[in-house]
Design a binder for this molecule. Structure first.
Ligand SMILES: [Zn+2]
Length: 77
């Protein structure tokens, strides 16, 4: 299972949304608008699935763009 993360709009820091999915579930799941208390800035942020990505490991992060998966060197580290 991988943690579902979003990016804090204020600080740009990754935030754990409290949800975990494995890949097949996350690809197919229908997530409505969610709200999470930000661990970075302390505000509540609303998010939807297109905002979210799975934190697969500390070295590889995968952003979900609707259907597919795009790996970016910028996200590594
Ligand atoms: Zn925040």
């Amino acid at each position: 299972m991988a943690r579902v993360m979003i990016e804090c709009p204020s600080t740009g820091e990754p935030i754990f949304t409290g949800m975990t999915f494995d890949w097949p579930s996350f690809e197919n799941v229908k997530i409505g608008q969610k709200q999470v208390r930000c661990s970075s800035c302390g505000e509540d942020h609303k998010w939807k699935r297109p905002d979210a990505y799975l934190d697969l490991s500390s070295h590889t992060k995968c952003i979900i763009f609707g259907r597919g998966c795009e790996f970016s060197e910028d996200l590594i580290g």
